[in-house]
Design a protein around this ligand. Structure first.
Ligand code: NDP
Length: 463
């Protein structure tokens, strides 16, 4: 292996790339890693982490309202966007520093530069225009927001990248998309006092989630004052004389806003990486094709995370990276398990989910039992807020296994993480029933729904 400069070279300093580089370096491998923007990648720099900080910020407006029922008088509140941005930036810089320290402490060599493949063992470091060689290579260059080049006026729109650093908080925003990012940012901006409209091409937001999460969340968002336009898309964006944006939709609507944000999916960063020179195969969507061990069509080159466009979630990229290190350096071929991945949508109320939705399960299994509870969370008895919590378990009647768990309500994401363990362990509804409740909590409903709310047989609901 001595003929190469490195045992392992990683392109991309996001969650997946950094984890693989750090683990391999800690094993004594000679590791190099290159990142063209900032270490930490999408998740830390302009994704999950700043998003969650914004979510916390946006919660306060309702918390101030809710306080009154508990006897508090909250003085006139005022939100200052530059303060949030400044404090968020400080935290992100701290985390970026930790990522780099972790890498250098493990012994990895850090390049702050774009890197591209020259062939399957050589990498060009663009800033210094040098070429280094490596025995094994990992591509973890992530993805970027889809900007819809064909949309008239798309250059006037922002994406989540810019939303984290807007110089001014808009008075009114239009957000396009019905997925994670669109729904989360609609709630964030609304909570910060922005007049918010969501426009989505489908009939109901959050395709692929359980309908008992989708519809009630839609209703709850509208009840707060978020305008949701379904079955419509942006047709044209024009800068108006008053320096705002005039947006026309295919459905004939005209909206005037300060910002239009596109949150319509992300695309893998595979362009100009030299992948074709190394013989790395892409699929029709431009994502790197990998086998179950994250190996590309080029045997010494691996890929993990968003650039493979399979499951675009940070913990998945990290897990895949750990599998690559096992496979490549510990002689222990390890394949990531993508089954039963729990996720959360940090909307208000929040969604936490793991396993199959009722609709998908009904197509797959002959008989289901559905356990469903809808109630006003205890906190809102005094706050006066009308929002409901919904909890739902989808159970395969044949073996009593819980195959789906869905929660809409405060802390749903936290609950989904724990529920994921029970589903992964193959727990049955009887295991849930035998479990003593924690009282008084919302989560106790999960173990006290003794009778099915209804049954599904051969795809049809029977009460
Ligand atoms: P999603 O895939 O979640 O949603 C994309 C949305 O855009 C869908 O509603 C889709 O519609 C719509 N869409 C796609 N193309 C067009 C188009 N040409 N015109 C109009 N609408 C369109 O992607 P996001 O961008 O929201 O997020 C990217 C990924 O990041 C997510 O898939 C998720 O994995 C990850 N993420 C996870 C978060 C979390 O875990 N909390 C938070 C944020 C992001 P349709 O439904 O009809 O296909």
């Amino acid at each position: 292996m001595a003929e190469y400069d490195y045992d392992f070279f990683v392109i991309g300093g996001g969650s997946g790339g950094v984890r693989a580089a750090r683990l391999a370096a800690a094993m004594g491998k000679r590791v190099g890693i290159a990142e063209e923007y900032r270490y930490g990648g999408t998740c830390v720099i302009r994704g999950c982490v700043p998003k969650k900080l914004f979510v916390y910020a946006s919660h306060f407006s309702e918390a101030f309202e809710d306080a009154a029922g508990y006897g508090w008088t909250v003085a006139d509140s005022h939100f200052d966007w530059p303060t949030l941005i400044r404090n968020k930036d400080r935290e992100i810089a701290r985390l970026e520093g930790l990522y780099k320290t972790g890498l250098s402490n493990a012994g990895a060599e850090i390049f702050e530069s774009r890197a591209e493949l020259v062939d399957n063992h050589s990498i060009r470091i663009l800033d210094s225009n040098t070429v280094v060689t490596a025995d094994k290579i990992l591509i973890a260059a992530g993805g970027r927001p889809n900007h819809v080049e064909g949309l008239e006026g798309h250059e006037l729109a922002i994406t989540s990248n810019e939303a984290f650093d807007l110089p001014r908080l808009p008075k009114a925003i239009l957000i396009a998309g019905g997925g994670y990012i669109a729904v989360e940012f609609a709630n964030i901006f609304h909570g910060l006092g922005v007049e918010t409209t969501l426009i989505y091409r489908g009939a109901e937001i959050l395709k692929n989630f359980d309908m008992d999460m989708r519809r009630p969340l839609h209703q709850a968002m509208e009840a707060k004052g978020i305008r949701i336009l379904c079955e419509d898309v942006i047709d044209r964006i024009v800068r108006s004389a008053d320096d705002r944006l005039d947006v026309t939709t295919s459905g004939g609507r005209n909206l005037k806003v300060d910002e239009a944000m596109l949150a319509i999916g992300r695309i893998p960063n595979t362009e100009n990486l030299g992948l074709e020179k190394a013989g790395v195969q892409l699929d029709e969507a431009g994502a790197i094709v990998v086998d179950p061990y994250m190996r590309t069509s080029c045997e010494n080159i691996y890929a993990v995370g968003d650039i493979t466009d399979r499951v675009q979630l940070t913990p998945v990229a990290i897990h895949e990276a750990m599998c690559v290190v096992e496979t490549a350096f510990r002689d222990n071929p390890t394949s990531p398990d993508h089954d039963l991945i729990a996720t959360a949508v940090f909307s208000q109320p929040e969604i936490g989910t793991v396993g199959l939705s009722e609709d998908v399960a009904a197509n797959r299994f002959e008989r289901l039992e559905i356990y469903r509870a809808e109630f006003r969370p205890m906190k809102h008895t005094l706050s006066g807020r009308q929002e409901k919590t919904i909890m739902k378990l989808v159970v395969n009647a044949a073996d009593r296994k819980v195959i789906g768990a869905h929660i809409l309500g405060p802390d749903a994401g936290e609950m989904a993480q724990i529920l994921a363990i029970t589903l992964k362990a193959g727990c049955s509804k009887d295991d849930f029933d035998r479990t003593m409740a924690v009282h008084p909590t919302a989560a106790e409903e999960l173990v006290t729904m003794y009778q099915p709310s209804y049954r599904i047989e051969n795809g049809k609901r029977v009460d």
